[in-house]
Design a protein around this ligand. Structure first.
Ligand SMILES: Cc1cc2nc3c(=O)[nH]c(=O)nc-3n(C[C@H](O)[C@H](O)[C@H](O)COP(=O)(O)OP(=O)(O)OC[C@H]3O[C@@H](n4cnc5c(N)ncnc54)[C@H](O)[C@@H]3O)c2cc1C
Length: 562
């Protein structure tokens, strides 16, 4: 019997690891998923023909590898039918469209780039290296690909709602911004920004320090404090500056101003990667036609087609170890049945706190303490179907925003998604407006425990209060509670190294993904951790430090090498 990789969780990280094994090795992946849904936090919820995204997932990455992976699975719609399209950034050029193997194996669309052998590669006049050969291989498939398996290219429009007015996000220095802020606030913003430029807070310990250093105290108080504290339920002064470094790196008032100026000049057509752009300033992103879950469900289908196993409804609760080697794991289903899965490699995307509880090896007291003290923020999203919004776009139609940060301190509402603008295909009846109202909370909060009907009423009252819609225009709604959406950088996080050292000690256990690494990883980072672990296994040596380095450095590991 061949080698097996047992993978905990069918979210982006687990699914990526499984498909990578199948594409590139004879290692069989066995995925165990506690829920009945594919995609983890990146799944798409279905409700009466409508689809909801948990949070709104932009598909954007600075990693060439991830961009290529996505495009290979679901080509951008605008590329349909074209023989080749150039994506250019920072002087690099890529040709990406449907890979040649799709013509040969249409059912296995996305099963992996056809790896060009050295022999084939050397036949080429240009003598490309292997990677270039793969991405440069472009053919129009004879069979028409599934028209639904495509990425839409969506314009990003996100604004801040504050003082019952809209502000650009990121803040731009426009006449509207200044008018909305009023003269007094504008002067305060300017002087406090200058003050922060002249005297930076050092060392930059907290998120508050991080934001004041980049925006000045007044702008921080106006546009960041209330929203960030809604998200984390903790004062910014108690959140590690590392959060800011990962989440809004590269963004400051200065870059916002520069961006505003730059916008007047043309951007290169076809630059989907927008690699030279800081993540918070990206203005176009890819988005699967039917929401992020469509991509991950497609990946799951490919995994099964290629011989991998996915066991739904099996929750892993025991990790059996012999010394520093994991030998098997136990999972339990809803009927209470238990099964043991043995393998050579083990990938975990389950929350680290639960992983440590499940390990049957002796866990040192300090490690147990750090693990037990890890904290998470939970998330509620309520989908509301309405006939119209009260607040309109200047053209009289639906607002163009994909999402809106609600900075109003008199409501608990944190963010609002307009799903119609993510993809019109998320909405069953195009005459309706389908929005998602997002609340950040703890699963111990009253809000979390509120019965659905009561919660719906509460939410409708909040959006009506701030003037977004009239309550009587809402015809239906759906509540989704998502635990552990945000691994927090407080609690025992400052002692995280102790925990990391312990888990890294298990030679064949690989922690990947977001909660799997207790790291604020987006899909691309989660995927890269999985890909990098598989790379290491196939090369016979996994550099675990490199896995932890992903999404820590300014540029991802992959780019640093090139
Ligand atoms: C509000 C919000 C907005 C976001 N927006 C974006 C965005 O715009 N772009 C982007 O790229 N990313 C975004 N993300 C991040 C993205 O959702 C995550 O990076 C990604 O889903 C993490 O993948 P993962 O596989 O590590 O974990 P998850 O998605 O959490 O999947 C883990 C899976 O493991 C399962 N599991 C857990 N415990 C067990 C167990 N004991 N046994 C078996 N199975 C288990 C879970 O049920 C789950 O299915 C966003 C996240 C949030 C919360």
């Amino acid at each position: 019997m061949g080698r097996t990789a047992v993978i905990i969780g069918a979210g982006p990280a687990g699914l990526t690891a499984a498909l990578e094994f199948l594409r590139r090795s004879d290692i069989t992946p066995i995925l165990l998923e506690a829920s009945d849904e594919i995609g983890g936090i990146s799944r798409t919820i279905r409700y009466k023909g409508n689809r909801m995204d948990i949070g709104g997932h932009r598909f954007f990455s600075k990693s060439n590898r991830v961009m290529q992976w996505w495009i290979d699975l679901m080509p951008p719609e605008s590329l349909e039918g074209e023989a080749e399209v150039e994506i250019a950034y920072q002087g690099k050029h890529r040709v990406v469209t449907v890979p040649a193997h799709l013509r040969e194996e249409p059912v296995l669309r996305g099963a992996g780039p056809h790896v060009v052998t050295t022999e084939e590669a050397t036949e080429s006049e240009d003598e490309p290296n292997e990677e270039e050969a793969v991405v440069a291989e472009v053919m129009v498939p004879e069979a028409v690909p599934d028209p639904d398996l495509v990425m839409l290219i969506r314009p990003r429009k996100s604004r801040i709602y504050y003082l019952r007015k809209f502000f650009d996000y990121p803040i731009t220095l426009t006449a509207t911004t200044l008018r909305n802020l009023g003269a007094m606030r504008t002067v305060k913003v300017g002087t406090s920004y200058l003050k922060s430029r002249l005297s930076q807070i050092k060392p930059e310990k907290s998120l508050e320090d991080f934001l004041i250093n980049r925006f000045g105290r007044q702008l921080y108080l106006t546009f960041f404090k209330s929203y960030t504290e809604k998200v984390w339920g903790t004062p910014c002064s108690e959140i590690s500056a590392e959060w800011g470094a990962q989440r809004i790196k590269g963004l400051s008032l200065t870059t916002a101003v520069k961006h505003f100026v730059k916008k007047s000049f043309s951007r290169k057509k076809g630059d989907l990667s927008q690699k030279g752009t800081d993540t918070s300033l990206i203005e176009r992103f890819m988005y699967p036609k039917f929401g992020p879950g469509q991509l991950w469900e497609h990946v799951a289908d490919l995994i099964v087609e290629k011989g991998g196993q996915i066991h739904m409804g099996w929750k892993v609760d025991r990790i059996h170890c012999e010394g520093e080697h994991v030998v098997s794991i136990d999972a339990v289903n809803r009927a209470g049945e238990r099964r043991t899965f043995a393998g050579e490699y083990f990938f975990s995307t389950m929350p680290m706190r639960e992983l440590v509880e499940a390990i049957d090896a002796p866990v040192p007291e300090n490690v147990r303490e750090v693990s037990a003290g890890l904290q998470y923020r939970d998330f509620i999203t309520v989908g509301l179907l309405a006939d119209r919004l009260k607040v309109k776009d200047p053209d009289g139609g639906l607002l163009k925003d994909t999402w809106i940060y609600v900075q109003e301190p008199d409501v608990l509402l944190g963010r609002l998604q307009i799903f119609n603008n993510w993809s019109p295909y998320l909405v069953a009846d195009p005459t309706k407006v389908w929005i998602g109202l997002e609340y950040f909370c703890y699963d111990t909060d009253d809000l979390w425990k509120m019965p659905d009907e009561e919660l719906m009423k509460f939410v409708i009252a909040e959006v009506a209060k701030i003037g977004i819609l009239n309550a009587e225009d809402v015809s239906d709604g759906h509540v989704v509670r998502v635990p552990k959406t945000y691994p927090a950088y407080f609690g025992t996080y400052e002692r995280f190294e102790e925990l990391r050292e312990f888990v890294d000690g298990f030679e064949n256990l690989f922690l990947v993904g977001r909660n799997g690494m207790h790291k604020y990883n987006n899909q691309d980072h989660s995927m890269l951790t999985a890909m990098t672990a598989v790379d290491g296994i196939l090369a016979g040596n996994v550099d675990k430090a490199a896995l932890w380095g992903i999404n820590t450095e300014q540029e991802y590991h992959e780019e640093k090498k090139s």
